[in-house]
Design a protein. Structure first.
Length: 364
């Protein structure tokens, strides 16, 4: 009898531990020890000049509580500071998006703060003037001013390359600006017809290009032996910003032949599907495989790009990377790749069935 009771007690203890483990939610999925990060929130500014101000304040507070999954303050998250700050910021953006369509009678500034670091993670402004509704972005540099080497974040904002990023900004950084602006002629001309990442909405203007902060996983072949065809990508090893157009040409080729992108053209597949690892902001082209010209521009500016990537705790950019451009002399079996290793620094041609790394690119 005592033995049965002991067994039952042990079983209940194991079940309780399992339930606790199953229901625990942290900010980080890695194996690092989890810390408890404490936050608070409140209004740093408000208008009390109309009778509904308390009701409006309550609506804002409830909206943020719902998005954050909390009922009051202070509240805590478990994980690294950078991951928890990022999670809190993303929840605040959801709250802001759910509230910005409301008609406000007063003016309010709502902030969420990391108690331990004193960092204001999010500032949201709601105003009776509908045009004065804003939420703080991760970066503070205007898109029009973004230039080579600047940091690019998951909310589509930018920070100057000289910025000393906070840990939560590093966690939110998804790339580094490759080039500012779009050229209609010259070595870096881009004549592509872009849609947003939804695949249907036309992209009205290209303000620049971003190189992903990290490689896709492993080294990958450009195409398989049985899918070695002349796809119709550009054949320029060192000019032209044609990565988006080339990637579209590869996708069109698989549709014509009844192939799949993953099986027949792995390099393009893993570039496009970097979206599953690191979602691109909505108002971008989505990820694609850069062209030979885009790789050459990367090579020309590799020091500033590499330094920014390391500062954001990315992968750096020294290695052998596929471009989406086919070889000018043998487009059926060869494609161009970038060798950015010290002492090489050149675009080369190689069999498509060879293996190189892939670094995705997007247009914003």
């Amino acid at each position: 009898m005592k033995s049965s009771i002991k067994k039952m007690s042990a079983l209940l203890t194991m079940m309780a531990a399992a339930i606790l483990a199953f229901t625990f939610t942290g900010c980080s999925d890695d194996d690092e020890p989890m810390a408890e990060v404490t936050y608070t929130y409140g209004f740093s500014n408000m208008s009390a000049s109309h009778p509904d101000f308390l009701e409006e304040m309550n609506k804002i507070e409830k909206g943020f509580q719902a998005a954050l999954g909390i009922t009051g303050k202070p509240f805590t998250k478990k994980g690294t500071i950078e991951e928890c700050d990022k999670q809190v910021y993303e929840a605040c953006r959801k709250a802001f998006d759910s509230l910005k369509g409301e008609a406000w009678q007063g003016d309010y500034t709502f902030q969420v703060t990391n108690v331990g670091t004193g960092k204001v993670v999010c500032t949201a402004i709601f105003s009776a003037d509908d045009e004065n509704l804003t939420i703080s972005t991760i970066g503070n540099k205007a898109m029009e001013d973004a230039d080579t080497g600047d940091f690019y974040f998951s909310d589509g904002s930018f920070a100057d390359k000289s910025t000393e990023l906070a840990s939560w900004q590093k966690a939110a950084c998804i790339g580094v600006v490759l080039k500012k602006g779009r050229d209609d002629s010259g070595d870096w001309a881009d004549n592509g017809n872009y849609t947003l990442k939804d695949g249907t909405t036309l992209m009205p203007e290209v303000h620049g290009y971003v190189l992903a902060l990290r490689d896709v996983k492993g080294i990958i072949v450009w195409s398989q032996p049985w899918s070695n065809i002349e796809v119709g990508c550009d054949r320029n090893p060192t000019t032209g910003f044609n990565g988006y157009s080339n990637t579209r040409a590869i996708i069109n080729a698989i549709e014509e032949h009844g192939w799949t992108l993953q099986r027949e053209f792995p390099a393009a597949y893993y570039a496009v599907n970097y979206e599953n690892v690191c979602p691109a902001p909505a108002k971008t082209s989505g990820w694609f495989l850069p062209s030979g010209g885009q790789c050459q521009y990367w090579l020309n500016n590799k020091d500033v790009i590499h330094n920014s990537m390391l500062n954001a705790e990315g992968d750096g950019c020294f290695g052998l990377y596929w471009s989406s451009s086919e070889d000018a002399d043998n487009p059926v079996s060869n494609a161009y790749y970038l060798d950015s290793c010290p002492g090489y620094d050149k675009i080369y041609s190689e069999w498509k069935i060879s293996s190189n790394a892939v670094r995705a690119c997007l247009a914003f």
